[in-house]
Design a protein around this ligand. Sequence first.
Ligand code: NOJ
Ligand code: CA
Length: 711
Amino acid sequence: MKNVLLFFAFIGFFSVIKAEELKSPNGNFNLKFEVNNGVPIYQLDYKGKPVVLDSKLGFILKDTADLTDGFTIIKTENSSFDETWEPTWGEESEIRNNYNELAVTLNQDKEDRQLLIRFRLFDDGLGFRYEFPNQNNLIYFVIEEEVTEFAMAGDHKAWWIPGDNDTQEYNYTTSKLSEISSKLEVSITPNESQSPIGGACVQSALMMKSDDGLYINLHEAALIEYACMHLDLDETNMTFTTMLAPDVNGNKGYMQAPRTTPWRTIIVGEEAGDILLSRMTYNLNEPLALEDDSWVKPVKYIGVWWEMITGMSTWSMADVPSVQLGVTDFENAKPTGKHAANTEHVKMYIDFASEHGFDAVLVEGWNVGWEDWFGKSKDYVFDFVTPYPDFDVEGLRDYAKSKGVELMMHHETSGSVRNYERHLDQAFKFMNDNNYNSVKTGYVGDIIPRGESHYGQWMVNHYQYVLEKAADYKIMINAHEAVRPTGIARTYPNLIGNESARGTEYEAFGGNTPDHTTILPFTRLIGGPMDYTPGIFVTDVSQLNPENGSYVRTTIARQLALYVTMYSPLQMAADLPQHYEQFMDAFQFIKDVPVDWSKSLVLEAEPGDYITYARKDKNSENWFVGRTNDEEPRTSKIAFDFLTPGKKYVATIYSDKKDAHFKDNPQAYQIKKYVVTNKSKLSQFCAPGGGYAISIEEVTNSSQTKGLRKL
Ligand code: NOJ
Ligand code: CA
């Protein structure tokens, strides 16, 4: 027996397979890395259970040998890190960044080329990236594909949208991994902007749940100078391989050493809420790059927007079939008669914002160019400084200032990206001169002139260029149709919003599934906030435009909850002022809810079913609770034990009435007030497509509790 053991020890010692191991700070995760027959392989366990089985790492390169095999380990370095940092804005005022690191340098002996793989193991999962050090035999090169694998340990349940190099604006499908390709074929009816890659290719962040209840999330962090990553599944063995968004020639990345790739992230938790509370994606990004971030401020805004989205008004001032290059003759143009961005109408929005305490008013359709969106002159029309004749830039600047309200700029590029880059300095200077401190950018349509994909390296570089240039002008960015965020806002917090998913606008284009907002926080929101634009109270779109039969799949109570469940430092109240005037008691919640928090807790959560958050205001002792519910009627049960012991609060609960329903009875809500303490408990009905919102105000004066029952 002793000899047999000795024999195995001997084999182990001289074997070519040398495994490196790394544990998370709490010891729950174990990472194994080895080079097996020259191929780099990693594996991840959580409490002894496999999360990622043996998975290969590497790259296919163009016109040179691939970086997939022939490697040996030449150096390994271990280190640990623990810091607490304060985000400019966020779900909490402090974030802990604590991990153990393993950095392995590999040599590809035949080619004499080096590749470093850096692993960071946190208590909430693993991040790893590739680094191409400075060297003689790998200086500049073209990536044909990154071939990083994620071999899943089972046929998990997944919440996914199809891989697509130009849009994330899809409803989610829930299925087993093995069902992705068949469901992708039948369930997706592409609209004109959607072109699914097909097969079993999906986008990240991808949310999964194993049969034994482990929640697993795959995404990326710090996507800079590199193409966005899709995940291509081999359904025979549940192994994902990275698939990068290509450029116009089909190449995936133009690289020059020394360079690093984005981090690949695997967040894991025993509870769904662990995924929502993970800050790994931000932690893997670089610290603040701005010398001064005091001008970056969370924003609650209204806007001249929903009326155009529903078709009630127009962005364009005139119906001009085509214009000569850059020349628009409005004298002879046929006015649409429905141009919303006119001075008087915008003043009405400014008045409403000022009266109800909003920070800003967004105005879309203020500038010349919309009348020729699909025209030949597209590349010349938007210059981002020429207003329509009925929009008085200076008059509105002064009016907004006198009312204490900011105006929010809108730059729709119509996909003409070089045109935008050419005008960028002048456009940002125009904003500085006219008192605009934030801009919503947009990239609708094909990227011209070369036909780049929205998520390829070239466009990723563009979004970053705009973000950094905006910082030079102290301008905040809310980019629509751009690549989905990957935590870059830690470094550049002037990225206060992104769309990059199917937002409320689709409720006017046929609808979002009722469970959409119970999935987004597990997927799209992992990398950063979304400009979802909640707050629609009149959900029947035909009331705005009789020719539009769509409706918003929600109750009013749920629209309120979204201000808490869809975390963002940028929140819109998207409905029209006259609609809010019909429901002033419910509107009070939107007025009260903060957009910056000191603490966030997940009280209940299951992707696709429901999410209940409690959050503490960054600037007061007040708490807010929000619950979004899928299409099933459910009862939510929460305890108020997060409140400070010994203190009293008044809770105002905005909830669905018993007969509320997202389709037939969306406006049936009730508002109740109670005295609560940290001993209180609530059992609350949630209607199909419903939910509830609670504002919890600290009692500082006994008159606040007069006549109120204790909960
Ligand atoms: C699509 C954006 O998501 C929407 O918010 C905007 O109004 C239109 N593009 C026009 O730019
Ligand atoms: Ca959009």
